[in-house]
Design a protein around this ligand. Structure first.
Ligand SMILES: *Cc1c(COP(=O)(O)O)cnc(C)c1O
Length: 391
């Protein structure tokens, strides 16, 4: 008897499994773990959004199957957000689709656009779902290396011609996880030009669109003239409003792609619970000052951690977005060696860059998901217990 398909069988073991096992063991023996590995905000969902959910939970008409494409209020709220934030007009009927978290849409857009054996162009390093969902769809992926000297932007000219000919989708992600890189509109202009000349649609993952610092405002790829012909954009309430567990996101942009994805989805799932969609619409439509509050907290933590890293000889340019620090591994270690040493000697969990693709080797990711005091403590432990060549 065969208990898994070849498609599932080819998925490599979960890269964090080893770390999690060690973490559990160390916690059992009483080690005070500082977990800077998880990309999940520690801050709570703002109370006005929770209260709206409770109110909608008291309305029994919300208990039925939700609409496939998302309730009108939610799709309209996403369209309002695009108008307000980017000056982009969206038809909430045809250019907005609700998702059960953006991860769900990212995974399902691949079989929607890509047939077995065809290619997906993937940033390297990046969010592992792009890669794994491609494998699950029996597709192939081509890694586009993101290098520091190119501001972690892919060089489209380096993609081999025969791969371009078989590519049916390209993923981009800014502010980026794990690199924390940000771009301005001129990069999206270049990307749309590429999509147009090569006939390859672009899916831009904007999960961190509102997690930005100082005067930087992350652009939308849909701000480029004519972009709707070539691109879709994923968005999520998860990181903006600390709603990761609520599972609510959206895709906007090209209506043909959205229609095809909704065909796929309507035969796979039935949409997110209506009270969650209505509370999410409320979050997008109400006072946005909670975003400033969250970002100020991340900025303070970012400064604390950057200063701490500097004190142990690790220099990182301050990111303009995301709640990650993408830092070079000290001389003499691979990513995995460094992260394993730090965990074993200090109880601090970091993520090895190599977990996000081959070009992540030589880096580690710090998630700013704990208060500043704990970040200082993490640095102190590393300073005390890891022998580093200070340059
Ligand atoms: C967190 C994250 C997502 C997933 O967000 P959900 O809407 O919670 O599924 C997507 N892309 C990136 C890059 C992320 O870091």
């Amino acid at each position: 008897m065969k208990y898994q398909s070849d498609r599932v069988g080819q998925i490599p073991p979960y890269l964090f499994a080893e770390i999690n096992k060690k973490k559990a063991k160390m916690m059992e023996s009483g080690v005070d773990i500082i977990d800077l590995g998880i990309g999940d905000p520690d801050l709570p969902t703002p109370p006005h959004i929770v209260e709206k959910l409770v109110e909608e939970m008291n309305n029994p008409s919300n208990f039925k199957y939700p609409s496939f494409i998302g309730c009108t209020e939610f799709r309209q709220a996403v369209a309002n957000f695009y108008q307000r934030q980017y000056g982009v007009n969206l038809d909430p009927e045809t250019e907005v689709l609700a998702l059960i978290g953006s991860k769900e849409g990212i995974a399902h857009i691949i079989p929607t656009l890509v047939d077995p054996g065809e290619y997906v162009l993937i940033p390297d390093p990046s969010y592992p779902v792009y890669r794994m969902a491609t494998l699950l769809a029996n597709g192939k992926y081509h890694n586009m290396p993101l290098l520091k000297e190119n501001n972690f932007e892919p060089d489209f000219d380096l993609i081999p011609e025969e791969i371009l000919r078989q590519s049916k989708l390209m993923f981009l992600n800014y502010p980026g996880n794990p690199t924390s890189a940000t771009v301005d509109l001129s990069f999206f202009e270049k990307a749309i030009q590429f999509a147009k000349t090569r006939n390859i649609p672009i899916a831009h993952d904007s999960a961190y669109n509102m997690v930005t610092f100082d005067d930087y405002k992350a652009p939308s790829i849909l701000q480029i003239n004519g972009a709707k012909k070539y691109a879709v954009e994923f968005g999520s309430l998860s990181k903006t409003y600390n709603m990761t567990g609520w599972r609510i996101g959206y895709i906007v942009g090209n209506r043909e792609i959205i229609k095809a994805l909704s065909t796929y989805k309507s035969n796979t799932d039935t949409g997110q619970f209506t009270p969650i969609q209505k509370a999410a619409a409320f979050a997008l439509n109400s006072d946005q000052s909670c975003i400033q509050t969250h970002n100020a907290i991340y900025k303070e933590r970012m400064n604390a951690m950057l200063a701490g890293l500097k004190s142990i000889g690790i220099q990182v340019t301050p990111p303009k977005g995301s709640f990650f620090i993408w830092a070079p591994v000290p001389a003499g270690f691979t990513s995995a060696e460094f992260v394993t040493n730090v965990l074993e000697q200090t109880g601090v969990i970091l993520t090895p860059g190599s977990a996000f693709g081959p070009s992540g080797e030589g880096y580690f990711r710090v998630s700013l998901s704990v208060p500043s005091e704990r970040l200082y403590e993490a640095v102190e432990r590393i300073k005390k217990n890891i022998k580093l060549e200070i340059v």
